[in-house]
Design a protein around this ligand. Sequence first.
Ligand code: PA5
Length: 450
Amino acid sequence: MQHIELDIQRISAFIPEQELRQLQQDLLHQHQVLLGKTGKGNDFLGWMDLPQTITNQLLEKIKSDAEQLRKISEVIVVIGIGGSYLGAKAVIEALRPHFGDEVGIPGKPRLVYAGQNISSDYLSDLIKYLEDKSFSIVVISKSGTTTEPAVAFRLLKNLLESKFSREETKDRIIAVTDKSRGALKSMADIEGYRTYEIPDDVGGRFSVLTPVGLLPVALAGFDISRLMEGAEIMQQMCASSALFEENPATLYAAARNALYRRGKPIEVLVNYEPALQYLSEWWKQLYGESEGKEHRGIFPASVNFTTDLHSMGQYLQDGLRVLFETVISVGKSKHSLQIPEDKDNLDGLNFIAGKELQHVNHMAELGTILAHLDGEVPVIRLIVPELNEFYIGELIVFFEFACALSGYVLDVNPFDQPGVEAYKKNMFALLGKKGFEQETLEIRKRLNLQ
Ligand code: PA5
């Protein structure tokens, strides 16, 4: 059985062996702290046990609710933001065909997203699109009070209520939220919506393997049991030993922190598959929100190659030398496609005729890695055998364990996010929310508003 694999050979030119070994000592300790649940934020470690706490019974319930909603819907709107959005979107985008579900039908509904912005144009277009469709809503918010999803839910619930009876509307809404707190939970109780709980000890960005991610993934028609199988295998690998040879998460945490300490504060996650674009978005939230604290932390960025080689490629090769790359390399493509021979060869491509396109993509990857190493960009490589539910499950747990360990190496609490409140306070004051009256005057003055 193959697993995802981490290759850090190519950072050796940038990091003396001794420094990595020192970090290994630190990681042996941090691994104990994490597993022993004695470190910072230890009331938010429920994500480590999800392959066990998400029971088969719960998986079956999610599948059956998903099936019911799929049967009656042409379109399903998944409402959520941040940790209540990116994980599901990452998994679904990694698995779905790139084309083909522009128009959904009951049984094979189209999934669309809302609540991840406050754009008037986005929501107006969505409402227009949904007006003549049979649609349903899955609304996801742990706190149940986040502005963006709450606004989208209010608008789309109104539309649903204008199209269907009270009873039918109720059958077309599922809420995923806290078990007892928040406006969404109260609303669900009063209106009688079906609900799923987000465990108290699992933070938003670590919640993709709870109903937050599992329900949308099941709605999209993918195998959530297989996803959890991959997650469980990786959980065993990451939890059982801290040794580099046996644990890709400690190895990754050590490699990236060693590079950070050597003057590389920016990590660029690279993919060669457009299907992985949202996995990078999920990864950016996971690492950015977990590590960026107390004026410390690696800045997570991402690029999609080869697309961005024609835009950001120049900077990566030749700009300020403050970055390193982590390249996700997918072994086997879902489909095989050969470059055809052409008798006239007017485009000059016969030198690759008969070759698999995936091979060409791999050669682009290897050529780029070498060029970037020559340009003094250290490269870590993460090899994923193929993009299926199992390996995506492995990837998620690998990144989560490595993120927690990295946070501990940096000596921050990887499980809180105090910094995300600052903008909300100002926005609420500007919008005149009750309880923010004191701030309103001062903020308006600072912004030179009348
Ligand atoms: O990871 C986090 O905690 C955040 O990104 C939240 O997931 C995000 O703000 C959405 O919060 P909620 O699920 O409470 O609506």
